[in-house]
Design a protein around this ligand. Sequence first.
Ligand code: TYM
Length: 340
Amino acid sequence: MSTVRVFSGIQPSGELHIGNWFGAIQNWVQVQDEYDCIYCVVDYHAITDQFGPEAKRYRTAQGESMAERSLRMAGDLIACGIDPQKSILFVQSHVPEHTELAWIFSCIASYGDLQRMTQFKDKSDRSAYVSVGLFSYPVLQAADILLYRASRVPVGEDQVQHLELARRIGRRFNSLVGVEYFPEVEPLLTEGKRIMSPADPAQKMSKSLGPKHYIGLMEDPKESWKKIRSAVTDVGLEAGQSMSPGVANLIDLLRLSAPAEVVEEFVARHATGELLYGDLKKAVAESLETALASIRERRAQLGDAEVREILKEGAKKASAIARETMAEVRDLVGVGGAAS
Ligand code: TYM
């Protein structure tokens, strides 16, 4: 196994969607054979915006607690191909060193840098109440990665700014303690790094916009078809565009799930003005269904007890690394031991 370490995380905020899959998880699965990989269900991140009366002690409309959602997300990731024989899979709150390192990092992260995070700006604009946790979220993210001294992080494009911040925090730590302790953090991006919403192709696919804005990975194909059939295609072209954003998004989905000849045929028909959007939508729905069928089958066979066991083992392995890092970090910072 390579000594290059990969770390990535996902929030247990409801279901996985095809943006998560094409943007990140598919890559998590692929790099397992090449690198030493650690994957985390980041429940502490999820409570930054789901902590409140409407969440009823973190319960969703389906009555799921955060712990239940974490378990479900972990099961989904295993069904996607995260292999506990190859990678460590665990839940963030099972390894408390994440929040300890986050505190140390919050003492060196720049307030100005955090204020410039576009995700914070977007989310705080939409919220009536802005918590410190929402603001310092990227500091916890930097701690997640650097606790394992990981240098490669497979993510979608929306996370790149957070990773730049993690790199800055790591560099600042190294320069303050005078040791090259943390590695440089680099994103690993895919061709599907930014999948757009079918209902509003100007926005990225996301659960927070509502069900018509995402296609669930474990969703009934009939549901997915409804969303694809009503995908927006006919918004006008802007200067410099040869394809409307909605059509470009459908072509991207086809490129990610269908053979190259099929994509070429649709691109050629578009170029000659012969493309029927209904045909394109049908092709996208069919190719997605085929590409995702084996994941759904694996998911149906996976029981909660098995997933719990995998997470328990994962937390044990992650904790061993995390404890070692924190002992070294405390020593470098000069805290933790009583002066003799
Ligand atoms: P989260 O839970 O929002 O998303 C998980 C992963 O899916 C990617 N993604 C997308 N990719 C392409 N198109 C889309 N429409 C799309 N929507 C989501 C995300 O980029 C992400 O890679 N802050 C992170 C979780 C996190 C993390 C970490 C990631 C916490 N700590 C440490 C990496 C390393 C987040 O909220 O992802």
